[in-house]
Design a protein around this ligand. Structure first.
Ligand SMILES: [Ca+2]
Length: 453
């Protein structure tokens, strides 16, 4: 019960040799909340294309990220590991930092490339930007986008913190432009993904990882979308993302690839609530980004693969981003990492096998703070929140309003032991993060005197 390793209680048949593996398109938005999609109940943001994915496929209502902030969450997605297992639990990578995801870790891109996939990353990376730590060092044939968050730059839309750094637009390992027009980020990141998909060979499967910079603050939409949504600028941004998903789906449809392409849409953490209307909403979940309340780590997730997954199904089984690597490896026949991982292959659950779903219902999920301290555990419907020792039944009480610790001391005691054992196991086997000695670019802004004409 305590084992968190890669030994999976759920097995999926590997695609037989000769059967074409699916293409994989993985959209990963930045700071989009649980409530920020039409199909997740937003009353005024229109997301017809993403809703269509849910209609043609699955909606996951208890889907988690492994950290409430960007870099650790992305590290977990691409490695199938808790950030703490791979030394990535200590908050996010800033422009002056020289660390990132250890290239010794095997990413989803590396595993798929080994299986013969063309791989590309189009959007925000945020797993290190020194030599050896960029997407092209971590299994991606191509990269176009930005290496870190769009607020780590000289301009904000309205006040806010002024950083001394600047934001580069990169392709591969080259900086093509400084301070790109942020109103064009979503469009450019989509264009780059489309160019990659169009260039993918007929017989060669592809993996397009599309981690949009938006809707991380400062938020911007392009001219065609600004002022169009009933939700204001934040809604404009989401609607542009939705239209971008639609452009990719159209391309797949036109090329006859839609049937055998797995398309996943999810977010890297909850909404950044202090930004008010420029941040998103976690719907009925409590709090948001940066916290270990459900709003910080439970994200919207839809996925569709017409050739294999059922259509129009809502899955309430708890799952998380760490499961995607072993699941996609199972479906595509890609190898698993040699090192221990935390996610499990949930392919059979997603395909609708009730016994497989029942087998993982009680699987524990560990919460860590944005700096990697143990913050709780969920098993079945019960979530113990640490260090407060508060107990919530997050199925009957998804908003975490009723602390049940006093009524259920035995569950508190059991989960407390479980949380410490699981976290201790991860910590004692933890591997180091990557350290980059050489800068690829200088993130510092030029001094104002050299900027002025
Ligand atoms: Ca984020």
């Amino acid at each position: 019960m305590l084992a968190l390793g890669c030994a999976s209680p759920v097995t999926t048949e590997v695609a037989p040799a000769g059967e074409a593996p699916p293409n994989v398109v993985l959209f990963f938005t930045d700071d989009q909340g649980y409530g920020d999609l039409g199909c997740f109940g937003h009353p005024t943001i229109a997301t017809p294309h993403i809703d269509g994915l849910a209609k043609d496929g699955l909606k996951l209502t208890q889907f988690y990220v492994a950290s409430p902030v960007c870099s650790p969450s992305r590290a977990a997605l691409l490695t199938g590991c808790y950030p703490k297992r791979i030394g990535m639990e200590r908050h996010v990578v800033f422009p002056a930092d020289q660390w990132g995801l250890n290239p010794e870790e095997e990413t989803l891109a590396e595993l798929l490339r080994e299986r013969g996939f063309a791989t590309g990353c189009f959007g925000k990376w945020h797993l290190g930007h020194c030599e050896g730590l960029l997407p092209t060092d971590q299994g991606f044939d191509r990269f176009a986008g930005v290496p870190y968050s769009n607020d780590m730059a000289q301009f904000h839309r309205k006040g806010g913190t002024k950083y001394r750094f600047r934001l580069p637009w990169m392709e591969g390992t080259e900086v093509l432009e400084w301070e790109p027009d942020q109103a064009m980020l979503t469009r450019r990141q989509t264009d780059a993904a489309l160019e990659f998909i169009r260039g993918a060979g007929e017989d060669e499967p592809f993996f397009a990882y599309v981690p949009f910079s938006m809707p991380h603050i400062p938020i911007y939409a392009s001219e065609d979308f600004e002022g169009e949504s009933r939700r204001g600028l934040y809604g404009d941004v989401i609607e542009e993302i939705d239209a971008s998903v639609g452009r990719v789906l159209d391309e797949l449809e036109t090329r006859g690839l839609r049937e055998n392409t797995l398309v996943i849409f999810t977010s890297d953490n909850g909404p950044w609530l202090p930004y008010g209307l420029e941040g998103g909403s976690a719907g009925l979940l409590r709090d948001g980004k940066g916290t270990n309340w459900e709003g910080g780590q439970r994200v919207p997730c839809v996925m569709s693969w017409p050739a294999r997954l059922p259509a129009g199904v809502t899955l309430r089984t708890p799952m998380n981003t760490m499961d995607l690597l072993p699941t996609i490896a199972g479906w595509t026949g890609a190898p698993l990492p040699v090192r221990e991982i935390d996610g499990v292959d949930v392919g059979a659950v997603l395909e609708g096998d009730p016994a497989a779903a029942a087998a993982i219902e009680e699987r524990p999920f560990v919460y860590f703070t944005l700096r990697g301290a143990l913050a709780g555990v969920r098993r079945g419907p019960w979530k113990l929140k640490l260090p407060e020792l508060m107990l919530f039944n997050v199925e009957t009480d998804p908003s975490e309003t009723k602390d049940k610790a006093e009524q259920e001391p035995a569950i508190v005691a059991e989960l407390h032991v479980l949380a410490r054992e699981l976290a201790g196991g991860i910590e004692s086997a933890a591997r180091p993060r990557g350290e980059g000695a050489t800068r690829v670019f200088d993130p510092e802004r030029p001094a104002p005197s050299t900027e002025a004409p």
